[in-house]
Design a protein. Structure first.
Length: 368
């Protein structure tokens, strides 16, 4: 995992990606995934499904993991369908009639147990009750990894087949009940907001000094998009600071004389250190729409006059970010279409201009 997974496999994927062959890259991803899964099953005696989980962890170490996921999306969907169909074939519906008591107990342990533990941890960290209930509801179910563990337990004779049936029944019921739990929670939110005591402010994990910059830009993320924005701001000599989670990138920026706050922008107290109240622009260059929405909401609260710029990948994400107060949202596909269209229109205008110029020259050269 540490040698092959972190060194050899990412290097291999990068080398294959530089060949420019999508088919070869796709084949390499599948070969690595299946090879790691098979090797894990043979060498360590785990199930093939658990070996596939290890393969996913190894592929995630590469910077090309997102591209690998996109290339294998059709096969991943097909395998997911086969996986859940096979799980459904393992489920014995008669257990609902034979052992309704154990099934109900398993269901309550899965739903209530997960929800109570998750909500209790969130409350212990000082977050409000509404957020604790939301996270508890989101975690009040179990999914495919529990099926893998149950199957492994039966294969190793640590769990009887009846136990696997109970886990499958509890998982299926918890998945079916999860949307209903969220519907009930949505109806309870106004009541909770009115009657729940105001939580005390969450103390900062680390007291960060506030920047001395004013009328500056706050840039969240220094990836492929954020780096281009940072270069443009630097060329214009516009004051800005970068919030970056990766330590190596933060060190490189500091070496260039750029002010950096290292950490996740959602971390309590971090946006406060960026002095949003005195900033002019807040630029969120990260691709996650849900994290973007949270950051935009905090930024708009800190400075109602702040110009907030974010990125999106779909019309639904655009509407979602506008709801939280984004001033300008750039959607990549739309900007690509604009660039292509503008190039075509410029070519048409240039051709018409040349035709008009040629006609004018011809009319001038006519006698009389």
């Amino acid at each position: 995992m540490f040698v092959v997974g972190r060194r050899l496999i990412p290097w291999t994927l990068h080398y294959i990606a530089h060949t420019g062959s999508r088919e070869l890259f796709r084949l390499a991803v599948l070969a690595i995934a299946l090879g790691v899964a098979f090797a894990s099953a043979e060498l360590f005696g785990v199930s093939f499904a658990l070996g596939a989980f290890f393969a996913g962890m190894i592929l995630a170490e590469s910077q090309l993991s997102q591209q690998a996921a996109q290339e294998t999306m059709p096969l991943r969907d097909a395998f997911a369908v086969l996986f859940f169909v096979s799980v459904g074939m393992l489920f014995d519906p008669a257990i609902l009639v034979r052992q309704p008591g154990p099934v109900l107990a398993t269901f309550l342990i899965v739903v209530a147990g997960n929800a109570i533990v998750a909500a209790g941890i969130i409350l212990a960290l000082g977050y409000p009750l509404r957020k604790a209930l939301t996270i508890g509801a989101a975690l009040s179910q179990i999914g495919e990894f529990s099926f893998i563990l149950a199957g492994l337990g039966v294969d190793l004779q640590l769990l009887p087949p009846t136990g696997r049936d109970l886990i499958l029944a509890g998982a299926i019921l918890s998945i079916l009940m999860n949307p209903i739990i969220f519907m009930v929670l949505d109806r309870l939110k106004p009541w909770l907001s009115e009657r729940a005591p105001r939580p005390t402010s969450i103390p900062d994990i680390t007291e960060l000094p506030t920047t001395n910059l004013k009328d500056h830009a706050v840039l969240v993320g220094h990836g492929r998009v954020g780096s281009l924005v940072a270069d443009a701001l630097e060329q214009k000599q516009q004051g800005f600071l970068v919030i970056e989670e990766r330590g190596e990138i933060a060190d490189q920026l500091r070496g260039r004389g750029i002010e950096v706050i290292q950490g996740n922008a959602a971390q309590p107290g971090l946006l406060k250190a960026a002095n949003l109240a005195g900033a002019r622009w807040f630029i969120s260059a990260i691709p996650n729409p849900f994290e973007n929405g949270n950051l935009i909401e905090q930024a708009r609260t800190a400075n109602p006059h702040l110009e907030i710029i974010a990125r999106a990948h779909s019309d639904a994400e655009v509407d979602y970010l506008k709801h939280f107060g984004a001033s300008l949202i750039i959607m990549g596909e739309r900007e690509i279409a604009k660039g292509m269209t503008q190039h075509i229109l410029d070519s048409i205008d240039e051709r018409l201009k040349n035709e008009v110029s040629a006609n004018s020259t011809y009319e001038t050269d006519l006698p009389g």
